[in-house]
Design a protein around this ligand. Structure first.
Ligand SMILES: C[S@@+](CC[C@H](N)C(=O)[O-])C[C@H]1O[C@@H](n2cnc3c(N)ncnc32)[C@H](O)[C@@H]1O
Length: 256
């Protein structure tokens, strides 16, 4: 399992801020609600929710990122209950929240079933759960698949297991949230940089997932980096710089 503390995930989190606002809108939070941000990272969604007058909590496996979220909340004057913990064993009581949000967070949990059942446990009947999950396509997805494949080959298996696929699959989602009402909508987010090389360099130098890959690949990382630049160049939507647009699903669950 990747440790998201090393590197500077903050740089990616800034680019994901628009998604936090989409997720908070989707959760239809009302002043006075209690809202949990699961796998909160640096706290984007909980801060977006707090700005709507709700009481917020957050949980993440990476202690350094929980610290960053705590600092951001303090600077914003937001009182937040922030904890280090696992999405598959949430450190909160049953029915403790009116809504739970997870922006590209629970999709990384080892067991989608356990994460879904924990979300259903901590949100009260009638409450809302909103999860965002990337659509598995496009150059960024292909770069990640390449890294997983090469790391898998090095460790002797034909491929590393793909990221938990359930969150992008409408049928699997209905099964995960069984008795709940599930609705899926789609959005997109553009990632930009001055050039494909600049984007890849930044990712490889700072993103925790790529830092983990670099550590495991050693010298083979140069060839993989070149292949990732090729993928980004082929998928580049802006000939004068770099832009790639990734689609994502917004999963809206109403707890029965
Ligand atoms: C792509 S980041 C998203 C962070 C944040 N939600 C955002 O919008 O920027 C994924 C986050 O999931 C966290 N994470 C991964 N597996 C987890 C788990 N099982 N339980 C809690 N957090 C987890 C990581 O530590 C990381 O902060």
């Amino acid at each position: 399992m990747t440790d998201w503390s090393p590197g500077a995930y903050e740089r990616t989190a800034v680019q994901l801020e628009p998604v936090a606002h989409v997720a908070v809108d989707a959760a239809d939070v009302q002043p006075g609600d209690r809202v949990l941000d699961v796998a909160c990272g640096t706290g984007n969604a909980l801060l977006a929710a707090a700005a709507r007058g709700v009481w917020v909590a957050g949980v993440d496996l990476a202690p350094r990122l929980v610290g960053v979220a705590r600092d951001r909340a303090a600077r914003a004057g937001v009182e937040a209950d922030l904890r280090v913990g696992d999405a598959t064993a949430l450190p909160f009581d049953d029915d403790a929240f009116d809504a739970a949000i997870s922006v590209f967070g629970v999709i990384f949990a080892a067991s989608a079933e356990d994460a879904a059942s924990e979300l259903l446990r901590v949100v009260r009947p009638g409450g809302r759960i909103v999860v965002t999950a990337w659509v598995p396509e496009g150059p960024i997805h292909e770069g990640g698949q390449l890294a997983r494949r090469v790391v898998g080959e090095l460790s002797g298996s034909s491929a590393e297991p793909p990221r938990n696929p359930s969150w992008g699959d409408p049928d699997a989602l209905s099964a995960l949230f069984a008795a709940a009402t599930v609705r899926i909508t789609e959005q997109h987010l553009a990632f930009t940089a001055s050039s494909p090389n600049a984007w890849v360099d930044d990712q490889l130098d700072h993103h925790p997932l790529w830092l983990g890959v670099r550590q495991r690949l050693g010298e083979r990382m140069t060839a993989v980096g070149e292949e990732v630049i090729r993928l980004m160049t082929e998928g580049n939507e802006d000939p004068a710089a770099f832009r790639t647009t990734s689609r994502y699903r917004v999963v809206h669950v109403t707890v029965p």
